[in-house]
Design a protein around this ligand. Structure first.
Ligand code: C2E
Ligand code: CA
Ligand code: CA
Ligand code: CA
Length: 280
C-alpha cells in the first residue's frame, strides 16, 4: 500500500543519514552516538531468578520517527525484511549495541547484551564479518555480545543457518534460540544446534501464575528439563506478575525478562537507574 511505501522510503532515508553520521562519529569520538540517529536501541534487563540480580540485557530496536512518535519494531522490521533493507537495519542495531557495550564497559559495567537477528541475517555468513569487525573496532570481548534467533528462523533454513551460528559461537558470541515453543524443533535437532540459551516464548509464560491454564506448568517443566539436559540456560520471556515469577523459579527457569522488573528503556535511563529495581 502507499502508506507502507512512504514508511519504507522514510526508513531508507533514516538509515542512510544515520550510517553517514556514524562514519563521521567513528573518525571523531568513538563513544558518541550519531546526531542523525532515528533508530535507537532500548534495553530490557535479564534477571537471574535465584538472586533477583540483573545479569544482562536484551537490545530492542525503536524508530524515533520525526512525526509518528516512537515506533516498535513490529511496524517496520517486516517491511525492512521484505525490501532487503534488513541487513542495514541489523548493522545499525549491532553497531549501536556494541558501541553502548563499550561505553558501559568503560564505566565498569560488564554485563552482556543480546541483539535480535532476523532470519535473513543468519542465512548468509556476512553477519559474522560484521560482528567480528565491530568487536575489533570497539575492542570489546566477544562474551559481552549475544545474538537471539527465533526457533522458526533456525528450523526454516537449518542447513544455512547452523554454520553461521557455529561461526558466531566460534568468535565467542553467545547464541540464544528465541520464541522457543512456537516452532517445530525436535529433541534430536535441539541437541545438535549450536546454541547456549533457550528463551521460552511469552505465550507459555502467560499461561502460568495467577489464572494458570491447566497443564501449562507441565509444558514449561518439560522445556526446562530438555534445555538443561543439553546444558542450555533457560530464559522466560514476558513475565508480568510476581506469581508467574515464583512458578518459574520453582520450575527451575534460570532467568527471566518482563514488565514485572522493567520495560525496555533507552541506555541513558538504564544507566541512571543502575541496577533496575527488583520487587521483594
Ligand atoms: P522478541 O525478540 O520476542 O522481543 C520481546 C518483545 O516482548 C519485545 O517487544 C518486548 O518489548 C516485549 N516484552 C518484554 N517484556 C514484556 C512483558 O512483560 N509483556 C509483554 N506483553 N511484552 C513484553 P518489541 O520491542 O516490540 O519487539 C518485538 C519483536 O521485534 C522482537 O520480539 C523481535 O523479534 C523484533 N526485534 C526487536 N528488535 C529487533 C532488532 O534489532 N532486529 C530484529 N531483526 N528484530 C528485532
Ligand atoms: Ca528476542
Ligand atoms: Ca522472544
Ligand atoms: Ca517474539
Amino acid at each position: 500500500s502507499p502508506a507502507r511505501l512512504v514508511l519504507l522510503g522514510e526508513l531508507h532515508a533514516a538509515i542512510e543519514a544515520q550510517a553517514a553520521g556514524r562514519s563521521a562519529d567513528l573518525t571523531g569520538a568513538p563513544g558518541s552516538a550519531s546526531e542523525h540517529a532515528q533508530l535507537e536501541m532500548h534495553y530490557q534487563p535479564k534477571i537471574e531468578l535465584a538472586s533477583g540480580r540483573t545479569v544482562g540485557f536484551e537490545a530492542l530496536l525503536r524508530w524515533r520517527h520525526p512525526t509518528r512518535g516512537v515506533l516498535a519494531p513490529g511496524t517496520f522490521i517486516p517491511l525492512a525484511e521484505q525490501s532487503g533493507l534488513i541487513h542495514e537495519v541489523t548493522e545499525l542495531a549491532l553497531t549501536e549495541t556494541v558501541r553502548q557495550l563499550a561505553v558501559w564497559r568503560a564505566e565498569g559495567r560488564d554485563l552482556p547484551v543480546a541483539v535480535n537477528l532476523s532470519a535473513h541475517d543468519v542465512a548468509t555468513p556476512a553477519v559474522v564479518d560484521t560482528v567480528e569487525d565491530l568487536l575489533a573496532t570497539y575492542d570489546l570481548p566477544a562474551r559481552l555480545l549475544e545474538v537471539e534467533i527465533t526457533e522458526t528462523a533456525i528450523v526454516a533454513d537449518r542447513s544455512r543457518v547452523v554454520p553461521v551460528l557455529h561461526r558466531l559461537r566460534g568468535l565467542g558470541v553467545r547464541v540464544a534460540i528465541d520464541d522457543f515453543g512456537t516452532g517445530t524443533t525436535s529433541i534430536s535437532q535441539l541437541r545438535d544446534l549450536p546454541v547456549d540459551e533457550l528463551k521460552i516464548d511469552r505465550l507459555f509464560v502467560q499461561d502460568l501464575g495467577e489464572h494458570a491454564r491447566e497443564g501449562s506448568e507441565v509444558v514449561v517443566q518439560a522445556m526446562v528439563d530438555l534445555a538443561h539436559s543439553f546444558s542450555l540456560t533457560v530464559v522466560a520471556e514476558g513475565v508480568e506478575d510476581e506469581a508467574t515469577a515464583v512458578v518459574l523459579g520453582r520450575l527451575g527457569v534460570d532467568r527471566a525478562q518482563g514488565f514485572l522488573w522493567a520495560r525496555p528503556a533507552p541506555a541513558t535511563l538504564v544507566a541512571a537507574g543502575a541496577e533496575p529495581a527488583v520487587p521483594h
